[in-house]
Design a protein around this ligand. Sequence first.
Ligand code: PEP
Length: 256
Amino acid sequence: MARIPLISGNWKMNLNHFEAIQLIQKLSYELRNHDYDAVEVSVHPPYTDLRSVQTVIDADRMRFQLGAQNCHSEVSGAFTGEISPAMLAKLNVDYVIVGHSERRALFGENDAVVAAKAAAVFGCEMTPIVCVGETLEERESDQAESVVETQVRGSLASISGDKLDELVIAYEPVWAIGTGMTASAQDAQEMCSHIRKVVASIRATSRNLVRIQYGGSVKPSNVTELMAMSDIDGALVGGASLEAESFARIVNFKDA
Ligand code: PEP
């Protein structure tokens, strides 16, 4: 079964809800039906923009999937300042990024936390996008594969059975995020192939079903080469997703 590519725009802590509405409208204007037939497109605004963006998507019957950038692992409770996966599900959120390297590095999230979040997202009938990736130091000391394997095994530890088939993993080398440096298509392919093997060792039938995105300075100029790789099933895009025209050119990479 062919894996449908997933191109996701991570807006990070950018755009208030007025600006978010403008961006989704501009993006919709740039894309055509055949673009959405070829790839799934998810947008991940900040929490405070979700309701506004969801309303526009629904009202104008746009073909975007709504995404979030994070959530808590509990469905409710005394967790001041946190957002529950059940709250996101109620907003028709489809995809939730968990374990982004900025969450891991700046907010101390380890694999156990990421695993709990990923399971909680599935528990609320949404799909987690689980991020993994090595630092430059780890790559230069030849540890990239083992670091990423440990992250994959740890972050998927609480995902059971056939849920693994539906999972999205984003391979995002930390040194490529927001730096303008991109992994070569060959290096990205090698790591995504390695990740697929690790997934297969957990559950053989998931091998050809799990989708693996590449993330790290994806731009219109490099997306086609990356997407041509057999184990890369999409892109997680930060900076270039904040501008409608550049994100649209990434989405319709096949026309490039
Ligand atoms: C990201 O935020 O996940 C990301 C890959 O950012 P950028 O595309 O800006 O490198």
